[in-house]
Design a protein around this ligand. Structure first.
Ligand code: APR
Length: 236
């Protein structure tokens, strides 16, 4: 199956990569829904929400300060580096990610659509003016209007960034190949994107779950190991 997918990639004139939290676990960042995921300790649906931002800011801020702190140690892994090299070699048109850790950009990908925003940049929750990460980590308030600060992450209850969504929606529709890597496809509306694909649809995941009808290929394994195997064929 690896060889088949590699040949699809080789002959593709437009490939889109769609990633989820499973792309970052090998960098030490827990995912959400598998056994060691975040949801075992705290359910993001109770803190990563517009209600929590408005009504329980101390918990909201602590949750994101913890996640930002955890990011300090995280580095892109081999799989991230391979996706960056594929972009440089013209093999990838777009990386669309649900991840908010910025690891694709850190690895060198220039064209990244952050469908759920990111937690590496901060803004005022009211006047939207940008602030530094250290301001947020030191519990500061907005220097312009004294309101609460928050990461530029898409909270449950918020709309996805229009430009990132439109870009991804259009590119997936016209792609020859869409690689879906490290996501449970549990969360709407990103889980609708694979259904828009008209080209070859490939699912690369540790668990081959229930949302995989309509895929042309499914490869069970870690993102890092599978990308290394695919890259070996592409580098021949
Ligand atoms: N390689 C491949 N797959 C992996 C790896 C790995 N190293 N580690 C974990 N996985 C798989 C898990 O088996 C799981 O199916 O990645 C998937 C991660 O799924 P989720 O934890 O649900 O993460 P994700 O799909 O990205 O969640 C979507 O939910 O909480 C919200 O906004 C949050 O963006 C997130 C969204």
């Amino acid at each position: 199956m690896i060889e088949t997918v590699a040949s699809w990639l080789q002959h593709s004139t437009s490939t889109v990569i769609l990633t989820g939290a499973g792309m970052s676990t090998e960098s030490g960042i827990p995912d959400f829904r598998s056994k060691a995921g975040w949801w075992k300790s705290v359910d993001p649906r109770t803190v990563a929400t517009v209600e929590s931002l408005a009504g329980n800011y101390a918990l909201f801020r602590e949750f994101y300060q913890l996640r930002i702190e955890a990011l300090e140690q995280a580095k892109p892994h081999k799989g991230h580096e391979i996706l960056a090299s594929w972009e440089q070699r013209g093999l990838v048109a777009l990386v669309a990610t649900q991840n908010v850790d910025g690891l694709h950009q850190l690895a060198g990908n220039k064209d990244v659509a952050e469908l759920h925003g990111n937690i590496v940049t901060i803004r005022c929750a009211k006047c939207r003016k940008p602030h530094s990460k250290s301001h947020f980590m030191e519990n500061a308030v907005c220097t312009y209007c004294m309101h609460h600060l928050r990461p530029n992450v898409v909270l449950f209850g918020e709309a996805l960034p229009q430009e990132a969504w439109n870009r991804t929606f259009n590119t997936v529709q016209s792609a020859d190949v869409v690689l879906v890597i490290g996501t449970s496809l549990e969360v709407y509306p990103v889980n609708q994107l694979p259904k828009m694909a008209k080209g070859k649809l490939v699912y690369i995941n540790l668990e081959v779950g229930t949302h995989t009808q309509g895929f042309d290929a499914m490869i069970q394994g870690t993102a890092g190991a599978v990308l290394v195997q695919l890259d070996a064929f592409l580098s021949r």
